[in-house]
Design a protein around this ligand. Structure first.
Ligand SMILES: [Fe+2]
Ligand SMILES: [Fe+2]
Length: 136
């Protein structure tokens, strides 16, 4: 795979991490219940770390991180809708990272993406646990 193609993929990931960071920071303030709010806040910080790791990979390969995110979709403001939205974002990330890991032939990039993938799986689990709690 050409380096330009890798930079393009990493930039798409970078923008998705920006969007996740902002949606989670915002939701953490809107959610009145303490536990799901604190978890969402902590995960927002993880997503910002993912931005940093991706930006590092992009710059090392001669690219520049792009900040052009689309209009944010926060969904509805009740806790169940927020958690469902957050699970959906994690699932999209998991699918994207898995696919990228299978096609990118740059070992450093693949190593970082695998690390991010593990964290996205843990995030989804955390959000799903909170979703289960409110359903019962
Ligand atoms: Fe992430
Ligand atoms: Fe995540």
């Amino acid at each position: 795979m050409e380096v330009d193609e890798i930079i393009k993929i990493l930039n798409e990931d970078f923008v998705r991490e920006i969007e996740a960071t902002m949606i989670y920071v915002r939701n953490a303030f809107i959610i009145p219940q303490c536990d799901p709010s604190r978890v969402t806040e902590a995960i927002a910080v993880d997503e910002m770390r993912h931005m940093n790791w991706l930006a590092d990979l992009i710059v090392k390969r001669g690219g520049k991180p792009t900040m052009e995110h689309k209009e944010l979709d926060f969904g509805k403001d009740d806790l169940e809708s927020q958690l469902l939205k957050q699970v959906e974002l994690e699932t999209e990330g998991i699918e994207r990272y898995k696919q990228q890991i299978s096609v990118i032939d740059d070992p450093e990039v693949v190593g970082v993406l695998k690390h991010i993938l593990d964290e996205e799986k843990r995030h989804r689990k955390e959000f799903r646990m909170r979703l289960e709690k409110i359903k019962h």
